[in-house]
Write a protein that binds this ligand. Structure first.
Ligand SMILES: [Zn+2]
Ligand SMILES: [Zn+2]
Length: 240
C-alpha cells in the first residue's frame, strides 16, 4: 500500500504517519515500572500485566485511542493503536522508578517481628508471604537468643502475618505498638509495631502430658485442643 498523498510505502491505512491529517495528543507512552513489578498509572501504583498498563495509560487520553498490540523492534517497544480507523504507532519509553514502598527498603521499618522458640521453618513461611506482597520488605533479620527479629516495612502487614502465623503454626501472638512518627504531608500517624510470636511447643499428633495424663494434640490455633488417650475425652490444652 502507498500513502495517497506522498506515495510512500505503508503497511496499512490511507496516509503515512507524516501525511496523516489526524494528529494524536500523545507522542509517546511512558511506562513507569518499579522493581516490585508495579506500574505507575495516573498517580497510583498497580499490579497489572504490561498490556493492561498500556491500555490504562491510553485511557486517560482525551482522544479515544484503541490499543491493538505491542510491537518490539530492535529492543524498542511501540504500541500499535487505532484512532478513527487509522493505525498509529506510538513509541513506548520504559522508565524504572522506585515506588514509595520500595524506597522504604534499607533501613526503614515499621514493625519488628520477634520470633521466639521458632525455627527456620517459621522464617521461610514469613518470607514466602512477604514475597507475595508487593511493596513490603524484610529489611533485616537478626538472630537473637532463642530466636530471630525480623524488621518489616509495613506495620499493617505485620498484623496480617501475626494472624497467618497463628493459623498455620498455632501459638501465641503478643502485639504492642507505639507512636513512631507523623507523616507531615498526610498527617497520618505511623506506629511502630512489635509482634512477639511463640509457636506452641507441639504439633498435631504429638503426645503431651497434661496433669499426669497423656493427651494427643488434635487442634492448634488460639485454643489448642487434644484428646486424652485413655478415655478419648476432649481436653483443652492450657497455654502460657
Ligand atoms: Zn505520506
Ligand atoms: Zn515498588
Amino acid at each position: 500500500m502507498f500513502c495517497v498523498k506522498c506515495g510512500k510505502d505503508i503497511e496499512q491505512g490511507v496516509f503515512c504517519s507524516h501525511c496523516n491529517p489526524i494528529q494524536l495528543d500523545i507522542k509517546e507512552l511512558i511506562l513507569s515500572k518499579c522493581e516490585c513489578q508495579r506500574y505507575l498509572i495516573n498517580g497510583s501504583w498497580k499490579t497489572l500485566p504490561q498490556e493492561e498498563a498500556l491500555k490504562a495509560l491510553l485511557k486517560k487520553n482525551k482522544q479515544r485511542l484503541h490499543y491493538e498490540e505491542t510491537l518490539e523492534h530492535q529492543r524498542k517497544l511501540a504500541a500499535k493503536i487505532s484512532y478513527q480507523g487509522e493505525p498509529f504507532i506510538i513509541p513506548i519509553q520504559k522508565k524504572g522508578i522506585t515506588c514509595p514502598n520500595c524506597s522504604k527498603k534499607g533501613q526503614y521499618y515499621e514493625a519488628i517481628i520477634q520470633l521466639r522458640d521458632s525455627n527456620e521453618e517459621v522464617i521461610d513461611f514469613i518470607q514466602e508471604k512477604v514475597n507475595k506482597k508487593p511493596g513490603v520488605h524484610i529489611n533485616k533479620i537478626e538472630q537473637v537468643t532463642n530466636g530471630y527479629d525480623l524488621y518489616l516495612t509495613s506495620s499493617q502487614f505485620a498484623n496480617t502475618l501475626g494472624k497467618l502465623l497463628q493459623e498455620h503454626f498455632g501459638g501465641t501472638v503478643k502485639r504492642s505498638r507505639r507512636l513512631y512518627t507523623k507523616n507531615h504531608l498526610t498527617s497520618k500517624t505511623i506506629y511502630r509495631t512489635t509482634l512477639l510470636f511463640r509457636p506452641h511447643p507441639y504439633k498435631i499428633g504429638d503426645h503431651i502430658e497434661i496433669k499426669g495424663k497423656t493427651v494427643e494434640v488434635t487442634q492448634l490455633g488460639k485454643k489448642p485442643q487434644g484428646k486424652e488417650l485413655k478415655t478419648g475425652k476432649k481436653v483443652f490444652i492450657p497455654t502460657t
